[in-house]
Design a protein around this ligand. Sequence first.
Ligand SMILES: Cc1ncc(COP(=O)(O)O)c(C=O)c1O
Length: 342
Amino acid sequence: MLEHMPDRIELAHLPSPMRELKNVNAAFPGKRLWLKQDELTGLALSGNKVRKLEFLLADALRKSCHTVLTCGGIQSNHCRATAFACAQLGLKCSLILRDDRDAAGRSSFGEANHFLSMLAGANIELLSSRDYVKQLTERFDSKIKHAAGGLYAIPTGGSNGIGLWGYVLAAKEILEQCQQLGFSPDLVVCASGSGGTQAGLSLGFHSLNRATKVLGFAVCDSAHYFVEKIEADIRHAGELAAVAETEVQQLLAELDIAVNDDYIGPGYARAYPELYQRIIELARNEGLVLDPVYTGKAMHGLLSELEAGRLSRYDNIVFVHTGGAFGLFAQASALINAAGTA
Ligand SMILES: Cc1ncc(COP(=O)(O)O)c(C=O)c1O
């Protein structure tokens, strides 16, 4: 499918760096963990989102849209990244956000990503969690209808058959860097929140180096949900490129999508003590900033699996740091409390 890559605009600083996690590796003899630093792709620390937006916003510009509409949680990195990318490109940005509450019922209104989206001038409609479930489709459709063709709608997390191309290109970049560093990646790991990152990596490695396995750690929803979502995004990419259905079916049958959903904890954006401890441990041991919503859960999952002696057949493992630092600030006090007990 690689020959069908759609148009792209350059927004990211690429290639993002790759470094070995030497202090972590000391605990796992025979293994080498590497960090693909996509938290450094630029665009106001937009992490994995900027790679997807390079393709999505190229499509919006090609269609002469003046406004971009998207949606997500109140602390959505994707919505904030879209707001900044639109500001850079002179597009209007409209967001529908879900007012997620923490266990004590507190909103993060005006904090972290929500604050930044406001700073970038996005037009924000905030819905309660209940209304979001009930009204999102209707609100989305009504905005599209009113804009009469001038509005470009992006689904949650920028994950669809266009956005995933950002991570097809990232797979190529990872392979080139690994080659320069003198190894071949056995396993590539990422957090899966809406599936597009894993979909792109899966498609990319399938086309470029089938010896590399891709493993996603779910941060919400079940492994089954993600397998279906990733397949749907790849099918969508196939449809847009007019690839024969039989070819796409065969590709999906070969993919063997792997998702681990054992480290979600109480739910999306809800953390748990072992996760906070892991974030603290990696900050102190490796100088890493991981967030409790995405990268922290995925890294905690990966290291816990390795500690349990699983994933033993993979020697060179690349962890894709997908950004999300602002999500850490939204949970700073809970983390400080956990640090007090560390
Ligand atoms: C920081 C961060 N990491 C990982 C992800 C997961 O990526 P995806 O939505 O493509 O599964 C997201 C968004 O959902 C994110 O914001």
